[in-house]
Design a protein around this ligand. Structure first.
Ligand code: NIG
Ligand code: FE
Length: 424
């Protein structure tokens, strides 16, 4: 398949670049008036239209991969593919699809009642303390059959895909007992098997203390769930924050998961929790939230393989501070942005809105925000060898926009429909 007449092809990265850090996060390869070729679901080449139209196959001619000396690709002639395999982009932009490395989209029912409590002035912690919050979702999930939970959740997955998300991480964490946590992990697996988007699964048993357990007994119960959870999940997560799980709990849970599940940690949303440091200690792939961080967290992340991930949708919805993304970049770190799509703190999976918040509220440039919702968020779920950039060999998981779009406009006209087609 060839996509021709691409107005802007953006998000081009050389092979082997798995994340972008510091000043690099503000860079991307861009081609104007371009084509892109796909075979067996992977990108096999791209270049400028001037080299494509009316030419026959030119063997051995290098495709344009900025920063790469790899010369490999044959430029296909349009005549060598059948007409139904040629898509005319008509000047639309082609970019890698969004990667959303932090969601809780498997949940039952709705928490609209708490939305009203919030409008009337209650904080997230106050709502949780009244039996709302995560425990409310846990009760609803307990009463919902596995099939119904799947049906309700798939609607959200489809919504995300229609908005350009091609890869997503989904967490458990509304089960809070062995049966219901496994029910959630089975539902995530069934989503994985039934949608074209890439799905990664995280065991978040330690999201809140399950009903009927003491704190101590529940931490042990989570540890006991790890062997079974590791048959389903890719990652383990702990809500390491004030009023939820301590650094010591987190350390115990991550030690028990060592060699089975790679950590991705909820840290520093409600307080400076120590979650970043314990995550880095255990080689976490990402530490997420980070609304409240000091320079010590930035220092702890330096030189690590852990991706700091910020969730501006929950800062927006809960009225929390926004993460200090610019300071992380200045320190030479990379930053990923994700939606945190969940019923309590971020009821939206719109990654363009996330990108816009990154620009408007965190002062990221559109390019920095774009790399944060593509390559760096792919890294934060361990899939950046296959997703997150326009690179020969990667999955052709792409967004084709309507004409006259560019990366700056994506964040600027953040509610204007822009997608013509999403490729998985
Ligand atoms: O990432 N912070 C913890 N967990 C979710 C909220 C989940 C909920 O309120 O249902 C979050 O914000
Ligand atoms: Fe979350």
């Amino acid at each position: 398949m060839i996509i021709k007449n691409i107005g802007v092809l953006a998000g081009i990265q050389p092979e082997g670049v798995l994340r972008l850090e510091g000043t690099e996060q503000g860079r991307t390869g861009v081609l104007e008036d371009a084509w892109l070729c796909i075979e067996d679901g992977r990108i096999t080449g791209f270049g400028e239209m001037a080299d494509l139209v009316g030419h026959d196959v030119i063997p051995g001619m290098a495709s344009v991969i900025p920063g790469s000396d790899r010369e490999s690709h044959v430029i296909p002639s349009e005549a060598s593919v059948s007409p139904e395999e040629v898509i005319d982009a008509k000047g639309g932009m082609v970019i890698p699809g969004f990667c959303d490395s932090h969601t809780h989209i498997v949940y039952a029912g709705s928490r609209e009642g708490e939305f009203l409590d919030k409008i009337n002035g209650l904080s997230y912690e106050e709502i949780a303390a009244r039996g709302g919050g995560i425990l409310n979702s846990s009760d609803l999930l307990h009463e919902t059959s596995e099939d119904d939970l799947l049906d309700q959740s798939v609607i959200r997955v489809q919504e995300m895909m229609s908005k350009g998300t091609v890869a997503m991480e989904i967490k458990s964490g509304y089960g809070l007992n062995p049966q219901d946590e496994m029910k959630m992990l089975r539902v995530i697996r069934r989503i994985k098997e039934s949608v074209p988007a890439c799905v990664r699964s995280t065991f978040l048993g330690a999201h809140a203390i399950g009903r009927g357990y003491s704190h101590k007994a529940y931490v042990q119960a989570v540890i006991d769930m790890i062997p079974e959870a590791s048959a389903y999940a890719d990652f383990v997560d702990v809500f390491c924050d004030e009023g939820f799980f301590t650094v010591e709990d987190t350390d115990r849970i991550l030690s028990a998961a060592k060699g089975k599940l790679v950590p991705k940690i909820h840290a520093n949303e409600l307080a400076v929790s120590g979650g970043v440091q314990v995550g880095v200690k255990h080689g976490a792939l990402s530490v997420d939230h980070l609304e409240r961080t000091t320079d010590a967290e930035i220092a702890a992340l330096k030189g690590s393989s852990t991706m700091p991930t910020m969730l501006p949708g929950s800062s927006f919805f809960l009225g929390l501070p926004y993460g200090r993304a610019k300071d992380y970049l200045k320190a030479g770190l990379g930053v990923a942005l994700a939606s945190d799509y969940n019923p309590g703190s971020s009821p939206s999976g719109d990654m363009r809105f996330v990108m816009a918040l990154g620009c408007i509220r965190m002062r990221l440039t559109p390019l920095e925000a774009f790399n944060a919702v593509t390559l760096n968020s792919a890294y934060a779920m361990g899939i950046s060898a296959d997703y997150g950039s326009i690179t020969v060999g990667k999955k052709a998981a792409l967004i084709l926009t309507e004409p006259r779009w560019n990366l700056t406009r994506l964040a600027y006209n953040y509610t204007t429909p822009f997608i013509r087609q999403v490729f998985f």
